[in-house]
Design a binder for this molecule. Sequence first.
Ligand SMILES: [Zn+2]
Length: 64
Amino acid sequence: MTAVVKCPTCQRPVEWSEQSRYRPFCSERCRLIDLGAWLTEQHKIPDEGASPEESSGEAHSEPL
Ligand SMILES: [Zn+2]
C-alpha cells in the first residue's frame, strides 16, 4: 500500500515512499521553491515581539 500526496508547489501526485526523497515535494526544485516562498513570507510579516520594552517599562513610569 502506497500513499500518494500532492506536491505543495506544483500539485503533482508524489508517491510517499523511500524513493521520493523530496516528499511531500516531487523534486528538490519544488522543495526549494516552497522554502523560498515561505522565507519570503516570513520577511513580510512584522515581528510582533520585536519591542518588548514598549509594553513593559514605559507605560508604568513612577510618579515623582
Ligand atoms: Zn512539484
